[in-house]
Design a protein around this ligand. Structure first.
Ligand code: GLA
Length: 394
């Protein structure tokens, strides 16, 4: 791991440059995530199937003798060191990206895990920002990991994920589900996580796809989750569920089969909300079926369901947009492509593609050309590996 050693040394050097030498300085990492299938199901009590990536966020941290928080990001050097305090933690626009780690300190304290001393922390992310690969959840889970290790807190990975989600919901104001933080906090090398968001029961599924690569295709169309239609979609689903609940006792959209949904769909007054709910129900069933196909070694069926997922997100849920559709529809035409779909919240960000190893270069070339011709600027491609959850590196 010569590479990792160099990375750690470099990070320590940068930390010393910003915050000075000495003391108990520790280095940590948390991954980003990509979701293979099960999109916009996690706040509907459905299933998801994400995995952690080997790209993510590094941090170097040291306790302080006072209650100050001083944070610096290698990704936002122009912001310099942003200072706040453990006392009166609250969202402040001028604190920029540090609202994410501050939110975690706040949410951890709310659960009884209050840091009693301030911290100096340097962050360094290798996930492109606003790409839909969960750079913010990565920072959140990483911060939870730092607190756990530095202050000897006893919470497990699932609690760490819940702290991150709470920070996102109540501190940042994005009404996200648990998928991103869970996938990151519980990540396992070469495995995807089949998670039932209604119960948090989960199962690791080995992703051993001989001769097949996971390629992430970035639209480079920036997406702000908060400003996006994410919260609106969630509200539409909640309203549709409430309408159906006037007809029958249903705990969540994720609890329904397709047939049960179709039998009751008339209870939803608006055709738009009916389509939103339909996606949530069908996508959940697709996810269950896709994992089953993978277990049977039927990768072709898994890919077909990925494609179906994209169509549903495009036509019924309407969260793809021109950039993502261009990428995915171009990928479908390339030989060796097993499946391709948008991943994450949508509205820009990234798509994920399973492709035979020998066709990776062709995919990048042909989709790249088509995308730039249609959209006017280039897409970016990453051939990724599935990595482990968060931890201390040194
Ligand atoms: C974002 C949210 C997740 C999930 C996805 C859509 O990534 O943070 O909770 O809802 O969108 O599947």
């Amino acid at each position: 791991m010569e590479n990792e050693k160099t990375t750690i040394e470099n990070l320590r050097k940068q930390f010393a440059d910003v915050f000075g030498d000495g003391g108990d300085v520790r280095v940590y990492f948390a991954p980003g995530r990509v979701n293979l299938i099960g999109e916009h199901t996690d706040y509907n009590g459905g299933h998801v199937f994400p995995c952690a990536l080997t790209i993510g966020t590094y941090a170097v941290a040291r306790k302080r003798d006072d209650r100050k928080l001083r944070m610096y990001s290698v990704n936002f050097p122009q912001s310099g060191v942003i200072e706040s305090s453990l006392d009166g933690l609250s969202y402040r626009a001028e604190d920029g990206w540090t609202n994410y780690p501050k939110g975690v300190l706040w949410a951890a304290a709310e659960r009884g895990f209050a840091a009693d001393r301030g911290l100096d922390i340097l962050y360094c992310g290798t996930i492109p920002n606003s790409s839909g690969l969960s750079s913010s959840a990565s920072i959140e889970v990483l911060t939870g990991e730092i607190l756990r290790d530095m202050f000897g807190f006893t919470y497990n990975g699932i609690t760490n994920a819940k702290i991150g989600q709470r920070a996102e919901n109540a501190f940042i104001g994005v009404n996200c589900g648990i998928m991103d933080q869970f996938a990151i906090a519980m990540g396992k090398k070469d495995h995807a996580i089949f998670l039932d968001t209604a119960t948090l029961a989960y199962e690791y599924a080995p992703i051993a796809m001989d001769g097949v690569k996971i390629v992430i295709m970035n639209t480079n169309h920036k997406r702000g989750l908060g400003e996006s239609k994410y919260n609106e979609r969630r509200a539409e689903c909640e309203e549709a569920l409430a309408e159906m609940q006037t007809a029958a006792a249903i705990p969540s959209l994720g609890a329904l089969t397709e047939a049960e949904f179709e039998a009751m769909a008339d209870a939803i007054a608006s055709p738009v909300r009916r389509r939103r709910a339909k996606h949530a129900v069908y996508e959940n069933r697709r996810t269950i079926r896709a994992v089953e196909a993978l277990k049977q070694g039927d990768l072709a069926e898994f890919g077909r369901l990925m494609n179906e997922s994209h169509v549903s997100l495009r036509d019924d849920y309407e969260v793809t947009g021109r950039e993502l559709d261009t990428l995915v529809e171009a990928a479908w035409k390339v030989p060796g492509v097993i499946g391709a779909r948008m991943t994450g919240a949508g509205f820009g960000g990234c798509a994920v593609c399973l492709v035979k190893e020998e066709n990776v270069e062709q995919l990048i070339r042909e989709v790249g050309e088509q995308y730039e011709r249609t959209i006017g600027y280039p897409a970016t491609f990453y051939v990724v590996e599935i990595g482990d959850g968060p931890g201390r590196l040194g």
